[in-house]
Ligand binder design. Structure first.
Ligand SMILES: [Zn+2]
Length: 327
């Protein structure tokens, strides 16, 4: 083999190696670029998904805040509860807060047929410490009721009148003294008593209630004054009186267990389209408080509309006003 041939072969071999190196470099670069692109795509996809979730959560929260805001009862001075709002100046109030807040209990009436039977839970003879417990339970269930109150002038009681109103319940008038012998001694005595409780509630809450419940009901047998005269008077004054058509039995003189109190309510509740349940929130009625969650659970399960008395409520009356005023 000549020298020239040997040089030629070596040169070919070098060229082949150079081409191989170049090929390897190109393949390496392409592999690196593909791997880099794939990683970038994965990272972007993951971050896009988590952003979407976050946006959805914020949107849900904003929607539910809007619903809750409609339920806020303005305070007497026209301002709403400051707890319902987020302070824009506070850097801690970031969107993160949306995820840690407790959502408000949905109103059970939202899932009920608007033509369903109506139930009005009514509490007489408060306020007392039991009123506070009952208000807590009603708040937990997000349902409204009606309180037929008696006269209490201490600050705690006045704060409860106010809380009843502030939390969207109906405050209604029962009696100032609740002493039957005094109230029903004469028509003037009845009028004075009613005016006193009306003024006390108005001073404490700013509400001039027109809903009343006679002590012992319109069918009571203790009044020395004709109940028809009293009915005529209150109707002329613009009041609407409510009796009841279901009871838990907490004022019948018998001591019932919690389960019996619940059963008593459902003996009659449901017989009518409008059911007014009589209960008591006086100091001694602790079992009424204990029975309330069970009563609410069953009412919700049975699909009742649970409502506070208002202008649209059909009055339940033992002596019907139409039999007195029109005759
Ligand atoms: Zn009473």
């Amino acid at each position: 083999m000549s020298n020239n041939t040997i040089v030629g072969l070596k040169e070919k071999e070098r060229r082949r190696r150079r081409v191989n190196r170049l090929k390897k470099t190109i393949i390496g670069l392409i592999s690196f670029w593909m791997l880099f692109s794939l990683t970038a795509i994965i990272i972007l996809t993951v971050s896009l998904c988590s952003s979407n979730k976050r946006v959805n959560k914020i949107a849900e929260k904003i929607n539910s805040s809007g619903d809750a805001a409609e339920d806020v009862v303005p305070a007497e001075d026209g301002t709403d509860n400051p707890d319902d709002y987020i302070d824009d100046d506070n850097p801690d109030d970031s969107t993160e807060n949306f995820e840690i807040e407790d959502p408000e209990q949905p109103n059970p009436n939202d899932n009920v047929d608007p033509d369903a039977k109506k139930v009005y839970l009514t509490f007489d003879d408060g306020p007392s410490e039991n009123t506070e417990k009952i208000l807590d339970i009603l708040k937990e269930y997000n349902v409204k009721a009606t309180f037929f109150v008696i006269g209490r002038t201490d600050e705690y009681s006045k704060s409860l009148y106010k809380r009843i109103v502030d939390e969207g319940h109906t405050i209604a008038l029962h009696s100032y003294t609740h002493r039957y012998s005094l109230i029903y001694k004469s028509l003037d005595n009845y009028k004075d008593d009613l005016q006193r409780i009306s003024d006390l509630v108005y001073d404490a809450t700013g509400v001039r209630s027109k809903f009343i419940r006679f002590p012992g009901g319109s069918s009571n047998k203790v009044s020395h004054v004709s109940m028809r005269d009293i009915i005529r008077y209150v109707t002329e004054e613009g009041y609407v009186y409510f009796d009841w058509n279901a009871i838990n039995g907490d004022a019948t003189g018998k001591t019932y267990t919690v389960d019996e109190l619940v059963d008593n309510v459902f003996k009659d509740c449901g017989k009518y389209d409008t059911n007014v349940v009589l209960m008591h929130d006086a100091e001694s009625k602790t079992s009424t408080v204990e029975a309330l969650p069970k009563i609410l659970d069953k009412l919700i399960e049975d699909g009742y509309l649970i409502l506070p008395i208002d202008d649209n409520t059909t009055p339940v009356q033992h002596i019907k006003v139409s039999t007195v005023v029109n005759n």
